[in-house]
Design a protein around this ligand. Structure first.
Ligand SMILES: [Zn+2]
Ligand SMILES: [Zn+2]
Length: 522
């Protein structure tokens, strides 16, 4: 069956009676962009374990015999984009993604997994083609563009990877660390879930498993949807795995492709790998843009070899996912051994005033008939003493809330930050340096920010954007630092929603589990 898609069957290029040479001729305009500096002599080494468009291969192997050389390596060849009407659709899906699923779109990009494909008048083949609108910035994938999937060649050779941990693991981390090593040693399961409370030091728990796979000569991918996290973690990994060939890939990164044993990448960069890794670690799997997106996990999955193992790391796993067949590894306590702060749920009214009358009616701050006393106490207690995060569900609420707070607390430095904010990084920095007392924000700050001593209040918490997972992440901002391991979290909504209750319950349960296992000192 697979032979159908090998190049020498010409299946792809036979399209609508066009001869092979004619189609290849149409690639010529792109060859102008060949960058001579990147030329390689060892094509096989460059393409092994990767999924590449012809134009990408041509960019580092700009030789006349490139097509002949590619065929010699016997890659699987599929069109970049395939229509749902294609009679071999299912076979292609199972070949490329190892999964057959139904599509509601016109087609799917086999390169990046996007279903955002459109019919275009194609300059390459001068006919109508489906083109992917998601990955075209990095070379256009169309239904007349061949995508080559090269399996990685060669046996894994044993070696010794040096691992230097500059810190000691907590009991909770050590237990997870051992379980993860066991997972890759015993191979009873093909996936494991590291379910860690926010601030547990979850990354370190998989270092042992990674080392084990590297020792066996295997290749490891550490992928996360968050670019900032890739950058930060890559430094930590470089310090830990001193003598390991490492490659860091994220949008806008300097490093070019090279064969490496340990690859840190954003999930988008993973689309160029195929059947390459022995262990794939997927960190913050539920973070944007993963949430609700099915395509990126598919890409990460195909980057692994057929018999590879996967470790998912998250603080907020999907309930169904926990129940699936996997090795569950929990890290219920934070590295400083204090329990995670449990949120207080408050019911309060938020009838917002129109912007027009806003200043006139400031007396009705935020539209509250009066401020909930918990909120007043919160601001009086912490204002100017500890940094405060105020979360609101929408950008449109940022300004009125910020203005109200400024009016109420004129002595405090109150700023706002949103995804549309040009000075975002600067304000974030000021807040970290405690030059801002109160920072009003949307959920863009829900993760990845560690501010010492921060206290958190969520306004309009009844809003549907505040799912329990989001709320757990938000609550997880508090008490992360050893110097300030505790703090307060206030969820205020017009009603107490199931999400609010669930978030609180989850945090309480994790703390109980930590206590039961003797992981808490306080
Ligand atoms: Zn075309
Ligand atoms: Zn695409």
């Amino acid at each position: 069956m697979t032979n159908l898609f090998r190049f020498n069957d010409n299946f792809l290029l036979r399209k609508e009676g066009k001869t092979i040479s004619k189609v290849w001729e149409n690639y010529q305009p792109e060859l102008v962009f060949w960058n001579q500096k990147k030329v390689t002599n060892d094509l096989e080494k460059q393409v092994s374990g990767r999924a590449l468009l012809f134009s990408e291969i041509a960019s580092f192997y700009p030789k006349n015999d490139v097509i002949k050389k590619i065929i010699e390596l016997k890659p699987i060849i599929v069109p970049g984009v395939v229509s749902i009407k294609h009679k071999h659709l299912k076979t292609m899906l199972s070949l490329v993604f190892r999964d057959i699923f139904t599509l509601k779109s016109e087609g799917i990009c086999l390169r990046c997994g996007s279903t955002n494909v459109k019919e275009i008048e194609c300059v390459r083949c001068s006919s109508y083609c489906l083109s992917c609108r998601d990955c075209f910035m990095t070379g256009e994938s169309t239904s007349c563009t061949p995508l080559f999937l090269f399996s990685s060649k060669g046996e894994n050779k044993n070696r010794k990877a040096l691992l230097s941990l500059e810190f000691s693991l907590t009991k909770a981390q050590q237990r997870a660390y051992d379980m993860a090593v066991n997972f890759v040693k015993e191979k009873h399961y093909d996936k494991a879930l590291v379910y860690a409370v926010c601030g547990a030091g979850k990354t370190e728990t998989v270092f042992g498993a990674i080392k084990h796979v590297l020792d066996k000569g295997g290749k490891v991918l550490y992928a996360t949807p968050r670019r900032d996290l890739v950058k930060e973690l890559s430094e930590r990994f470089q310090k830990a795995f001193i003598d390991t060939d490492m490659l860091t890939l994220y949008g806008g990164s300097e490093s070019k492709y090279s064969r490496a044993d340990l690859v840190m990448a954003t999930t988008h960069q993973v689309m160029r790998y195929y059947s390459f890794f022995d262990l794939v670690v997927l960190d913050e799997v539920d973070a944007f843009p993963y949430k609700g997106s099915k395509r990126l996990p598919k890409l990460v999955y195909r980057a692994g070899k057929k018999d590879s193992q996967m470790i998912y790391i998250t603080a907020t796993p999907d309930k169904e996912f926990i129940k699936s067949k996997l090795e569950l590894i929990t890290v219920p306590s934070r590295f400083h051994k204090y329990p995670a702060p449990e949120p207080e749920l408050v019911k309060g009214s938020f009838r917002l005033l129109d912007k027009e009358n806003f200043l006139d009616k400031l007396i009705n701050y935020l539209g509250f008939s009066e401020l909930p006393k918990e909120l007043t106490r919160f601001f009086i207690h912490y204002g100017g003493k500890k940094p405060i995060f105020v979360f609101v569900p929408a950008i449109s609420l940022i300004e009125p809330v910020t203005n109200t707070l400024r009016h109420l607390y004129p002595n405090l430095v109150i700023e706002s930050i949103s995804s549309k904010d040009q000075k975002r990084d600067k304000k974030r920095d000021y807040f970290l340096k405690k030059k801002i007392d109160i920072l009003v924000t949307t959920t863009i700050m829900e993760r990845g920010v560690t501010v010492s001593g921060v206290q958190v209040v969520v306004l309009f918490c009844h809003h549907k954007i505040f799912e329990s997972r989001t709320l757990i992440q938000i609550a997880g901002r508090v008490g992360r630092k050893k110097e300030e391991p505790q703090g307060e979290v206030l969820f205020i909504g017009e009603k107490i929603t199931p999400s609010m209750k669930e978030a609180k319950k989850t945090i309480i349960n994790m703390n109980r589990e930590a206590k039961r296992l003797g992981f808490l000192d306080y």
